[in-house]
Structure formats: structure tokens, C-alpha cells
Design a protein around this ligand. Structure first.
Ligand code: MG
Length: 369
């Protein structure tokens, strides 16, 4: 069995509403997604997607994925798609770093492996733990009143876990956002205040030690060192996200006691192979984890939810879905969907999402032998 072709599409994904992060410092209106299809000699097809959250969120951007494909796709043509670890090592030799650019290829290899096994992908990632994954909302930065209104709207759609984006230059405003949200939460709701690295360590310590929040604070500062310093000076729980790219980063975070939980995002880490390694390390050290994707259509959301569903429930926090934020939905009824706050997966082989050709349009490029 050999890889015979890799077809790649570029798709602009407009958001339903502009989205603000980091206290309004970062604005997002359209995502740049790369969707690819790996074709095999026995007719099996695997789908993968790479969609950074814009180009200001991480050292990653849509054009970077496609530039890297010029080096990575020809490397995979003619190889056995079942050799997933070996192919990842070869990609690392061909192009060190750039994990986000490798992710869509790795995800498509997993789709192929699960289709070959005639099993839903979560079976290959460890097997389902429970029957559904909780959905995590995403509350854009705004005034305290606007943010409370967004939480109420999310609650009406079944969300019981929220991720509220805070972290501006106005410390007092951040404190009032957090206080207003705390007062508005129901007893059965959970919250993370996602700072998206906006605070300096002194600001983080001041805010986190002056609010009576009872949730998580995510990526309070830019670097792992800064977050470790904050962790040593607060009783609040810390979740890390943007400063973690490699397995070594996670090892360092654990050794330094910088967090009690992490976000596990296949597109940040290099695909499902690397994300599973991090997930399993997180289980071994007792972290709690949100397993979800950076962004993209229901294809990338669903691939990540297979990994979430196969994560033990005591280690698993709610998963965010990107596709409800998009105007386009090409695969109604397919993949991971919010069903009143819970996500279940259909008993379909592979990832379970097949992007239709009429939506994809003309490929950006097709690689063949
Ligand atoms: Mg985050």
C-alpha cells in the first residue's frame, strides 16, 4: 500500500462575527485553512486540515503550511501511509520544527489508518472513555456586561463550561470583567479566564490574587518562565497553551510546576501523533486537559474530538469547537457537533468527515509521483 497523490486546497473561512482576544489587542475575521486529501494505491482516502487561528496567535500561518507542503508532500508520495511514526520522523528530518505545517498530513495518515481498521479513529487512540465530551464555549473580550451576555447566550445553547478571553492593558477592567462573570455563573458551570499571554508577571499576580475566581487562568504571560514565576506566587490554577509546542516544552512545564493543566491542540503540536504523546504524558503526571483544535472546519474539530473522547474523564476538561463560529458548514450532520452542551461521535470509520468536492473547488496543488 502506497501514497499515490496528495491534493491540497486553500479555503478562506469567514467567522460569523469578528472575534477579539487578549483584551481586544488581537482581532480575527477570517481564517486561512489548508485542507488536504491523501490518496492511496488501494483506494483509501485520508483527510487532514491545518488552520492556525489567524497569523498573530501563534508562530504559524496558513501560507506557511502550503510553503512547507512543497518539501513535505513529495517526501510522502510512494511511502506506506501506515508507517505513521516513521513518516513523522522523516518529516522532522526534512523540515525541523514547523509542527503546525506537518499536522494536516499526520491527521490524514490517522484517518487512513482508522479507515483501514474499519473503526472510528478514537478506537486507535485508546478507545472511548464515556459516551460524550463536554463542549467549551469561547467568550470574546468585551465589556463586563457584553461578556456576561455572551455567557448567557452560550448557556442557552447548552454550554456549561466557558472560556472567557481577558487580559488587557487596563488591570482594573480585567478585574471587573472577572468579578462580573463570577457573579453571573451558575453553580454547575465551570470557567477558564484565558489571558492569551497578555499580562506581565506582576500584573498576573496582582489580578489573580485580588479576584475571588474559582476556575482556571490560562496562559497568563508570554513565556513558560514567566508563567512558572506566576504559578509560584498564586493559589489560582494555571492552564498553559500558546507557550507549549514540543514534548520537551511539556516536560519543562511539569518539572517547573508551571501549571496544573494544558491545552492539547494537534495543529499546534504537529498532529495527532504528537498530541497523543502529550496527552499520554499529561495523564501520567495528573494534568487536566482541554483537547481541541486551533481552528478550522468540522474536519479538524472532529479529529481532535476523537483524541478527547479517548482521554480518561478525570483528565479531560471540555473541548471547544471552531466550526460553529464559521459562516460555512459543508458537512451538516457529519462529525463532532454540539448537542446541548455535549459532543458525541458517529460510529463511522476514520475521522468521519468527508469534505465535498463542490465546496472545495479547484485544488491549490496536487502532488503525484
Ligand atoms: Mg487559550
Amino acid at each position: 500500500m502506497k501514497i499515490t497523490a496528495i491534493a491540497i486546497w486553500q479555503k478562506d473561512l469567514p467567522l460569523r462575527e469578528p472575534y477579539w482576544l487578549s483584551g481586544g489587542r488581537l482581532k480575527f475575521e477570517t481564517l486561512d485553512s489548508t485542507i488536504l486529501r491523501i490518496e492511496c494505491s488501494d483506494g483509501t482516502i485520508g483527510w487532514g486540515e491545518g488552520c492556525p487561528w489567524g497569523h498573530t496567535y501563534l508562530p504559524a500561518f496558513g501560507g506557511g503550511i502550503r510553503a512547507a507542503m512543497e518539501l513535505l508532500a513529495p517526501l510522502l508520495i510512494g511511502q506506506d501511509p501506515r508507517d505513521i511514526d516513521r513518516l513523522n520522523r522523516q518529516m522532522d528530518i526534512q523540515l525541523p520544527g514547523h509542527p503546525y505545517a506537518k499536522a494536516p498530513l499526520d491527521i490524514a495518515l490517522w484517518d487512513i489508518a482508522a479507515k483501514q481498521a474499519r473503526a472510528p479513529l478514537y478506537k486507535l487512540l485508546g478507545g472511548a472513555e464515556g459516551d460524550a465530551v463536554d463542549v467549551n464555549s469561547s467568550i470574546s473580550t468585551g465589556t463586563p456586561q457584553q461578556m456576561v451576555a455572551l455567557i448567557e447566550a452560550a448557556r442557552a445553547r447548552g454550554y456549561r463550561t466557558h472560556s472567557a478571553k481577558v487580559g488587557g492593558s487596563d488591570t482594573a477592567l480585567d478585574i471587573s470583567r472577572i468579578d462580573a462573570i463570577e457573579a453571573a455563573l451558575k453553580p454547575d458551570e465551570k470557567i477558564t479566564y484565558d489571558v492569551n499571554r497578555a499580562w506581565l508577571p506582576a500584573v498576573a499576580i496582582e489580578v489573580m490574587n485580588s479576584v475571588s475566581a474559582n476556575g482556571w487562568f490560562e496562559q497568563p504571560c508570554q513565556t513558560l518562565d514567566q508563567c512558572a514565576h506566576v504559578a509560584a506566587n498564586t493559589r489560582q490554577l494555571i492552564m498553559l497553551d500558546e507557550c507549549l509546542h514540543s514534548f520537551q516544552d511539556h516536560l519543562d512545564a511539569w518539572k517547573r510546576g508551571a501549571c496544573q493543566g494544558v491545552k492539547v491542540k494537534p495543529n499546534r503540536l504537529g498532529g495527532l501523533t504528537r498530541a497523543r504523546q502529550v496527552r499520554d504524558f499529561g495523564i501520567s503526571v495528573g494534568w487536566q486537559m482541554h483537547v481541541e483544535e486551533l481552528g478550522g472546519t468540522v474536519l479538524s474539530d472532529t479529529a481532535a474530538i476523537h483524541l478527547a473522547l479517548s482521554t480518561p474523564e478525570e483528565n479531560r476538561l471540555a473541548s471547544w469547537l471552531c466550526h460553529p463560529h464559521l459562516i460555512d458548514d459543508y458537512a451538516l450532520g457529519q462529525g463532532a457537533r454540539n448537542d446541548n452542551g455535549r459532543i458525541t461521535l458517529l460510529d463511522k470509520a476514520g475521522i468521519g468527515v468527508e469534505p465535498p468536492e463542490d465546496w472545495l473547488g479547484k485544488p491549490w496543488k496536487i502532488f503525484t509521483p
